[in-house]
Design a protein around this ligand. Structure first.
Ligand code: ADP
Ligand code: MG
Length: 608
């Protein structure tokens, strides 16, 4: 017993979140109050409202994944509730299948439907997404309404058996309360854990900046499908409960208004803030009941409250708290792939790290990159220079998979990578920053770097939900590694600042820290000194030297000549997409074609 307590204490003290023990106790207290509630308030009417509210909390938790975490709009969400409710109602009435078996069945069916809907809508912009999901919801509702032979049409399925618990039919509000309470608690815990994991961070990255998300190795397709699928799973579970509690399922319960209600619940609480669903449900479900006495006026009151919120607190009512992480205690070897910072390069001796051959990319009639060749040796610094519009950023986009070449090939360690998606290229060991800074603006500085560890971590949905020791160890390693990277670039004291509030210079350094967190062998920097003052440029030069010392190969675009001359081993000069010169800095400085095309024109940049 004492041993168990000690083990528990030790586990708590090693939780990756600061204050996790405290919030655990608070959660425990809340659950205890919720469990005792029916004994304190044995009122059937109140308990029935609690049951209804619980169903909405489950629904809103799932919607939180899709809308709150991932930033996708889903106006057809209630269809998954319908799928859970109808599939279980039909299987229970026709085949007498037990409620307990129907729970996973309904959840899985809804989850699959969610992933299925996800496929065609993955690449849609928000406005189209709203319309298409709205249409999907209506298709499901009209289908169940019109497939009379299967679903009973407008009359629905009646006489759905109640959940049976060791011979007792759970039909009383108090019994149903104790049926939905554990399910609600479990869903809330699961969604909260998902939110605070590599997967949850990946969702938020997608919400904040899709392109940057790809650049840290997040696979947009699978990650978004998981969001749709898991969100729908929650709705499916709630649907099975709904059918067993109401004992009748009709199409009218699944109108668009229901999707909108759940959406408003999420928005009132604060999108992406899970505890906010309590506030949302209180406002949307409990408050209208409480105002029932005012019957005719309640929608007016309700409308005024909503409008007031839009004006005074559009970000939602629940406060946004920055998550704090316990640094230290993480061993880097829990992150897959290579060691935490120092790169070991197996097989680096055999041939160049990167080869670009006959690379060509047209935009309309314009050849942005034209039959380009160059080679990068491991451990060296290569600078790509040339006037604005020469095609430098396009070359970077081609190497990192954001643009497909028309012709030519790119070999990384001998393997062709030009048809790979960006996330796979990150996995292989190429990381980048952007000319126009792309951070995850609403996430904290440390979380931006943690997102960079995505491709080097493995935890699965189940590992996250059940908090397996491996997942916990990996999470600690991510935190420790991220703090190390932050300190390496000199941002250790700004870990809990929102990324978008940093100065330009710091934002650029954060982008570098995030790229380093992916443990690259080749680091590609697109104008890293842009917007920096002289002092910051000096620091940056120093930083790049340190990165090279770690054994990381660097490819960069820069306009500041002293910076390039001091850093680069090799310079490749582009003009109109073509390579006009290549060689050591001294050679390039004296090349007449280069001077004419670039250096001579921008005299000031030479002396800057
Ligand atoms: P650099 O980074 O050297 O300043 P870029 O690679 O950004 O140059 O651009 C090279 C040329 O390709 C420019 O003329 C630019 O307008 C064009 N270009 C770049 N990206 C696109 C795009 N996505 N669509 C159309 N034209 C593009
Ligand atoms: Mg550019």
């Amino acid at each position: 017993m004492v041993g168990m307590l000690q083990a528990l204490g030790e586990r708590t003290s090693r939780l990756p979140l600061v204050g996790a023990g405290h919030s655990r106790r608070r959660t425990g207290l809340l659950i205890a109050v919720a469990a005792a509630f029916p004994l304190l308030v044995p009122n059937n009417y109140v308990l029935a409202i609690c049951v209804e509210a619980s169903l909405y909390i489950m629904l809103a938790s799932g919607m939180e994944i899709v809308v709150g975490y991932t930033g996708l709009i889903d106006l057809g969400y209630i269809a998954f509730y319908a799928i859970g409710a109808y599939s279980s109602a039909l299987l229970a009435t026709h085949y007498g299948i037990s409620f307990w078996l129907l729970l996973p069945v309904g959840a899985i069916l809804a989850g699959l439907a969610g992933a299925l809907l996800g496929f065609p809508v993955l690449r849609m912009r928000a406005d189209y997404l709203a319309v298409v999901t709205l249409g999907f919801g209506e298709i499901i509702r009209l289908s169940v309404r019109n497939l009379d032979w299967l679903t009973g049409g407008p009359n629905g399925v009646v006489g759905v058996p109640a959940a049976n618990f060791f011979g007792i039919d759970l039909v009383e509000p108090m019994q149903q309360y104790y049926l939905v309470l554990p399910a609600t608690v479990l869903i809330l815990i699961a969604v909260a854990r998902l939110g605070n994991s590599r997967l949850g961070r990946a969702w938020m990255c997608i919400r904040d900046n899709e392109i940057a998300a790809e650049a840290v190795g997040i696979n947009l397709v699978t990650t978004k499908l998981l969001a749709f699928g898991l969100g729908a799973t929650c709705a499916g579970l709630a649907g099975v409960m709904f059918a067993a509690i109401l004992s009748v399922v009709t199409p009218d319960s699944f109108s668009v208004w229901e999707s909108v209600t759940v959406l408003i619940i999420v928005l009132i609480g604060g999108s992406g803030r899970l505890p906010g669903v309590f506030v949302g449900v209180a406002a949307m479900i409990v408050l209208p009941e409480a105002l029932r006495g005012l019957q005719d006026y309640r929608f007016i009151v309700f409308g005024i409250v909503l409008i007031g919120m839009m004006i005074y607190r559009p970000q939602g009512l629940w406060p946004n708290k920055v998550r704090r992480y316990a640094r230290g205690g993480g061993a880097a070897d829990h992150l897959g792939g290579r060691g935490a910072t120092r790169v070991t390069r197996p097989g680096a001796a055999t041939g160049p790290l990167l080869q670009v051959r006959n690379l060509t990319k047209h935009f309309g009639g314009l050849a942005a990159v034209d039959d380009l060749d160059f080679v990068i040796e491991a451990g060296r610094v290569t600078a790509l220079i040339g006037p604005n519009g020469a095609g430098k950023s396009t070359v970077f986009n081609l190497i990192t998979g954001f643009t497909r070449p028309d012709r030519g090939e790119i070999l990384f360690k001998g393997r062709p990578i030009h048809h790979w998606r960006p996330s796979r290229i990150v996995d292989a060991g190429i990381a980048r920053t952007f000319q126009s800074i792309r951070l995850f603006g609403t996430m904290s500085v440390i979380e931006n770097v943690m997102a960079g560890c995505h491709s080097r971590s493995r935890a699965s949905v189940l590992g996250i939900v059940f908090r397996t020791p491996r997942q916990q160890a990996e999470e600690r390693a991510i935190i420790a590694n991220s703090f190390r990277q932050l300190e390496f670039v000199g941002l250790g004291n700004l870990a809990y600042t929102e990324a978008k509030n940093l100065s330009y210079g710091d934002q650029r350094r954060l982008e570098i820290a995030r790229a380093l967190a992916t443990q690259p062998e080749l680091l590609i920097l697109d104008e890293p000194a842009a917007g920096m003052n002289d002092r910051e440029r000096l620091d940056l030069t120093q930083l790049i030297r340190q990165i090279v010392d770690l054994g990381i190969t660097v490819l960069l675009v820069e306009h500041t000549m002293p910076l390039i001359m001091g850093l680069a081993d090799q310079i490749v000069v582009l003009n109109y997409g073509r390579r006009i010169a290549q060689g050591a800095p001294e050679t390039i400085r004296n090349d007449s074609e280069v001077i004419e095309a670039y250096l001579g024109v921008e005299d000031d940049s030479l002396s800057a």
